[in-house]
Design a protein around this ligand. Structure first.
Ligand SMILES: [Zn+2]
Length: 175
């Protein structure tokens, strides 16, 4: 459990920065590109799953979840919007926060599904709730310098924590 958590947390921290690689490719992608500001970057570790397993993909998804949900707080104007790549380079406008929130939710749910399958009992779900919550709060406070960003990072981990609590309450009677 310990080393798996370290591996997942390391990939999560690395993938916190991955969506903003669009800044290096501005001739093709606008900043806040729909390609990098989605679950898509997690395909990279997924392609290597036979060699490195699925836990790095779970980590990548957690990092993407945090980045996307924090970006969803920006007003949907200018660089705050999600943009289609060249040759369109058109913004999603008011749909931008919705795109970011849906993708953040998909990333978190997928990370949770991977870890629940790979780890015994509720340990996978607990690990995803903890790493997602802790990394999200640190990213919100240190990178975004915003208590609100830290708070939104706790929405999906919070729901997962409630589901875990529910399962634990049911466990004795169900056993
Ligand atoms: Zn971004």
């Amino acid at each position: 459990m310990f080393w798996r958590t370290v591996l997942v947390a390391a990939f999560a921290c690395f993938f916190l920065a991955v969506p903003d690689v669009d800044l290096l490719l501005l001739s093709l992608l606008h900043h806040r590109s729909i390609l990098t500001h989605s679950a898509l970057p997690a395909v990279i570790p997924f392609l290597f799953r036979r060699r490195i397993g699925l836990m790095p993909t779970a980590g990548a998804l957690i990092g993407l979840h945090v980045h996307l949900i924090c970006d969803a707080l920006s007003p949907a104007v200018g660089f705050g919007q999600v943009w289609l790549p060249a040759p369109f380079k058109t913004p999603l406008g008011a749909l931008s926060p919705l795109w970011l929130i849906v993708n953040a939710g998909f990333c978190f749910a997928s990370a949770q599904a991977i870890c629940r399958r790979r780890m015994p009992g509720l340990s996978g779900a607990v690990m995803v709730a903890l790493t997602g919550g802790v990394i999200g709060v640190l990213y919100g406070l240190l990178n975004e310098r915003s208590v609100l960003s830290a708070a939104v990072c706790l929405i999906f981990p919070g729901f997962l924590a409630l589901a875990i609590r529910q399962r634990l309450r049911k466990a004795p009677s169900g056993a």
